[in-house]
Design a protein. Structure first.
Lengths: 461, 69
């Protein structure tokens, strides 16, 4: 290839993702979807996207839950030479409107009908495509993802096609990932980096079947493992470990090779409960939306440390972990405290062992928290609460869950506050506990107090 | 409350009454494990659950329905 592929050079999709045999099964939903079928669906979707106004160099916003429709429209957008803007389906209309106004996609793909039932991991979706704007994409990235951010309503993170391809190739060099002909039991959302690259893109490239369980329960995961004869790796987040650790298998599971999770650290007791019950390794991964997978411990032998994956360098600078990243992934943001000179400043506290190269992550240095594997910036939540009509001041902290302390500006009920927030913030970002106080505690100079102890005692006073 | 306490490893008294989608999935899972049955809940039923008390009402109705059927 003469130069790095960009969003307007769609060749990489066929080279990297569609190269396998036409009868290879890519997805089991549980009906098998083979490569030829997927190719046909993608081609038909390209016609719909083009008819609605998507052109090479433009963007399509995908506001779809994990579904075959999502996979098909994502691949179709890329094959049209377009940029895919991935919008988590749990975002509110308010959050989506802000994102669309900023990113000006040519088309928006959203469900017109959703079926399936409760606790589904993969949803039946009939999608509709609507025209939105008539402008080119805001950048040359192949994919745009939004991350809860402290610098505005959300941070815009872009990744080029070359960067995605490089990450897929990194996966092929990691010892302990599912191999060609094997299966991935896929639990994380394919809208976010672990499910997107570690699941969907790697699976398509390597010829690994992707199997989303029928629904989110321990029994359904075990049923998905037992449904095939080939080796299976369960990919999930820490919540899913607890789910499996508390499920009694009804028989042996010789197909189960390993469970691998990304996201926050797993308590040792949960890890032990899992390995005692299933007798297979529990692997751990560390990654970020900005760069994808950074390090792994897929045999669970270095817990809680991880070893950087081939092609990624990690170093420590003043207690913060920095990761090699050739270009800034941020769109419309030039902040040298987040990226400079080829290094992404992760805002994760951590250390790198000089002798072994092992990396130990020791928590966040900023206001970001993890809710079930989803990153939420408390600054965004606090700004949203504080801007509501009827709110004089607000403090949002992490106290075993997102907790909001609110000083109303006149009469304001918890129910009203709840309703207003539900219109503005996706469910996983909303405070789990709300406390209305006549006066928020302040320092002698009038600054809001953020200590959880002081806030708790202000409630009980 | 005790079931949610297992998920968060906190005393039951400190567990918040509000529940999100993950806590809800956890409760459905534990109820199914304990009663060895499957709760066939609809999207609408699940969407209406915002607190532990709401969940109890829906679970009881579902368990009673499956015992009758």
């Amino acid at each position: 290839m003469a130069e790095d592929p960009t969003a307007t050079d769609p060749g990489w999709v066929d080279e990297v993702l569609f190269a396998g045999h036409p009868t290879d099964v890519c997805l089991r939903l549980p009906e098998p979807v083979d490569r030829a079928t997927l190719h046909r669906l993608v081609t038909a979707a390209q016609d719909r996207l083009t008819a609605a106004g998507l052109r090479p160099g433009g963007a399509a916003a995908l506001r779809l839950p994990p579904s075959l429709a999502y996979v098909v429209n994502l691949l179709a957008t890329w094959r049209c030479g377009g940029q895919a803007i991935l919008l988590d389906h749990r975002l509110t209309d308010h959050e989506v409107d802000l994102a669309l106004a900023r990113l000006t996609p040519q088309v928006v793909v959203a469900p017109v009908r959703t079926g399936g039932g409760a606790l589904k991991i993969f949803v039946d979706v009939t999608e509709g495509v609507t025209r939105y704007a008539d402008r080119p994409a805001v950048s040359g990235h192949a994919v745009i993802q939004l991350s809860s951010g402290s610098t505005g309503p959300s941070k815009v993170i872009g990744r080029t096609a070359a960067d995605l391809v490089a990450e897929v190739h990194r996966y092929t060099r990691i010892d302990g990932v599912a191999l060609p002909g094997e299966r991935i039991i896929l639990l994380p959302s394919m809208v976010h980096v672990l499910g997107l690259v570690g699941g969907l893109l790697y699976g398509l490239h390597a010829g690994v079947e992707l199997v989303p369980p029928e629904r989110l329960s321990g029994d359904a995961v075990l049923a998905a493992i037992s449904a095939g004869s080939t080796p299976a790796t369960v990919l999930g987040v820490p919540f899913h470990i607890g789910l499996l650790a508390s499920t009694r298998p009804t028989g042996p599971l010789p197909q189960l090779r390993r469970m691998t999770t990304g996201g926050e650290l797993v308590p040792a007791a949960v890890a032990r409960a899992f390995t005692d019950r299933y007798g297979v390794p529990l692997g751990n991964m560390y990654g970020m939306t900005e760069v994808g997978v950074i390090g792994t411990d897929l045999y669970g032998s270095h817990r809680p440390s991880i070893s950087p994956v081939p092609g990624i360098e990690v170093r420590e600078s003043g207690g913060e972990l920095w990761v090699s990243c050739p270009a800034s992934p941020y769109v419309g943001l030039s902040d040298p405290t987040r990226w400079s000179d080829g290094w992404l400043h992760t805002r994760d506290a951590g250390t790198v062992d000089e002798d072994t190269g092992l990396v130990t992550v020791r928590g966040r240095l900023d206001s970001q928290v993890s809710v079930g594997g989803m990153k939420v910036d408390l600054t965004e939540v606090e700004a949203t609460v504080a801007e509501l009509t009827g709110v004089a001041a607000a403090v949002v902290v992490w106290d075993d869950g997102i907790t909001a302390y609110v000083q109303p500006d006149g009469p304001l009920s918890e129910e009203t506050l709840d309703k207003l927030l539900a219109e503005r913030l996706a469910g996983y970002k909303r405070p789990r506990a709300l406390h209305l106080l006549d006066q928020l505690p302040r320092t002698t100079t009038g600054k809001l107090v953020r200590s959880t102890d002081a806030l708790r005692s202000a409630v009980t006073r | 409350m005790t079931m949610l306490a297992e998920l968060t490893a906190k005393p039951a008294a400190e567990v918040s009454d509000r529940i999100g989608s993950m806590e809800l999935a956890w409760l459905v899972h534990l109820v199914e494990q304990r009663y060895e049955c499957r709760l066939d809940l609809t999207d609408d039923e699940l969407a209406g659950i915002r607190t532990v008390d709401d969940a109890l009402v829906v679970f009881r109705a579902s368990l009673t329905a499956s015992a009758d059927g």
